[in-house]
Design a protein around this ligand. Structure first.
Ligand code: SF4
Length: 162
């Protein structure tokens, strides 16, 4: 099964969200957030190499391959470590194809904050575990809706809790 960084992000945020998204149920608000993230990526930095597609895994916001560092800009922090899971998958995807990528830096311009994710043995084991979890989840039925504090900010809220 081909997975994307977004899939692994959603796995950590909410398994039901991942299931809905991967089964083609996409709500307009979700698109708005993606566009806002893209806009932030465009306006927060002025780098040469931006928006670098990496196969089916996703698109890097920008990268410095000479130093093995990739960058991702976010409008807000995903709960549950979703953002870290997303960039960890990008590191996995690149290294599996012989492209050295030793760390990812998450940028949160709104909070003036960065988070660094290192690529190491523990990160590899985590990605493998996440991949297995995604495949098991997507092969099964829609997970039950469990209300979390951040459901009110989720595009699927009215679908989950009518
Ligand atoms: S509203 Fe809550 S339960 Fe439903 S998909 Fe979003 S995060 Fe998951």
């Amino acid at each position: 099964m081909e997975l994307t960084g977004t899939d692994l992000n959603y796995l950590h945020v909410c398994p039901r969200k991942l299931w809905l998204f991967r089964h083609g149920i996409r709500l307009e608000h979700e698109n708005d957030l993606v566009q806002l993230g893209a806009l932030l990526g465009e306006t927060s930095f002025s780098r040469e190499e931006k928006e670098i597609p990496i196969g089916e895994a996703g698109v890097l916001d920008w990268a410095d391959f000479k130093d093995g560092v990739i960058h991702e800009t976010k409008h807000g922090e995903a709960p549950g470590g979703g953002d870290e899971a997303q960039v960890r998958y990008y590191l996995y995807y690149l290294n599996a194809r012989g492209i050295r990528a030793s760390r990812a830096i998450l940028h949160y311009p709104g909070k003036r904050k960065t988070v660094t994710v290192e690529w190491d043995e523990a990160a590899l084991r985590q990605v493998e575990s996440d991949r297995d979890a995604c495949e098991r989840l997507l092969a099964g039925p829609l997970p039950a809706a469990i209300r979390r504090s951040y459901c009110r900010r989720c595009a699927y809220e009215e679908l989950c809790f009518l």
